[in-house]
Ligand binder design. Structure first.
Ligand code: ZN
Ligand code: ZN
Length: 282
């Protein structure tokens, strides 16, 4: 009998607290319960440090950084209530997904001490203060600013290294997100200058006992493999770094998607499925 329990430690973005997500947070949690999940980490985006770093969807709605700070406050409060309400059915961990723009270390550290989440997911969505993952157009703009796509990868992994050292996130989010709009990522990730930085970051992750997000968002977009790509997954296994599924869901219909497949891939690659328990490390 397969006794592996379903889990996601990155996701549960809801339309209530994220302008590019859908649905009520409680409906998303009920969906996880319906699907048989026993543990779920909900990891809403950290509010931006200032109005410059609002996402396009937030700007379109004329929201401000102050509005989003208040909304995040509501998120933490509501999720705490839901955690208690559904405690007999599912273990909910209250999480937060980070950013890495100018001033983030101080900003995120303050958010952590103010809101005391159960853990954080350390993600990089910016290179040199430009958000690269929101659209292909943004990605191309970031490539231009960096001078070349190889250079953008290098900057991404440098930024990630700094973030991991500074924030010690329990879960390192979508480690190779920088490949998002690059058709040639498999080869690029193996280029010596980039591969070296990947190895450096993985070694740091191992030394801090952090966990890799096995992020299923690409599968929802019809791509063939999650973040992280199989070559990095194999290296993580060799180094003894645990990996845990993250659906990166942004609505009820995405909650729990592809987690069964992720567990199959992890098992086939020799990973353990006794999932580590999220906690704050800073
Ligand atoms: Zn999002
Ligand atoms: Zn993310």
């Amino acid at each position: 009998m397969d006794t592996t329990t379903l889990i996601s430690l990155h996701g549960g973005h809801s339309g209530q607290y994220c302008s590019h997500a859908k649905d009520l947070l409680e409906d998303i949690i009920q969906q996880y319960i319906e699907l048989g999940f026993k543990t779920v980490g909900i990891t809403e985006h950290a509010p931006p440090i200032n109005d410059h770093f609002l996402y396009p969807d937030e700007k379109n709605l004329h929201l401000t950084a102050a509005d989003l700070y208040k909304r995040f406050e509501d998120y933490i409060k509501n999720l705490g209530t839901l955690k208690k309400k559904y405690a007999s059915k599912i273990r909910i961990f209250v999480g937060m997904e980070t950013e890495t723009y100018t001033g983030y270390v101080d900003h995120i550290t303050k958010l952590i001490s103010r809101f005391q989440p159960d853990y954080i997911v350390g993600s990089v969505h910016h290179v040199d203060d430009i958000c690269f993952d929101y659209s292909k157009k943004d990605y191309d703009k970031a490539v231009l600013m960096c001078g070349s796509i190889d250079r953008m990868y290098e900057k991404y992994f440098d930024q990630q290294h700094e973030m991991i050292k500074a924030l010690k996130p329990f879960v390192v989010g979508h480690f190779d997100l920088i490949r998002i709009y690059d058709d040639h990522y498999k080869k690029r990730l193996l280029l010596p200058g980039i591969h070296e930085k990947i190895m450096r970051n993985l070694t740091l992750i191992k030394s801090l006992n952090l966990v890799m997000d096995f992020n299923l968002r690409p599968l929802s977009r019809g791509e063939t493999e999650p973040y992280i790509t199989s070559s990095i997954l194999k290296t993580a296994k060799k180094l003894g770094i645990p990996a845990v599924p993250g659906d990166d869901s942004h609505g009820v219909k995405q909650a729990g998607n592809h987690v069964d497949k992720a567990i199959q891939i992890l098992k086939a690659n020799g990973f353990g499925t006794k999932w580590p328990e999220p906690r704050l490390l800073t």
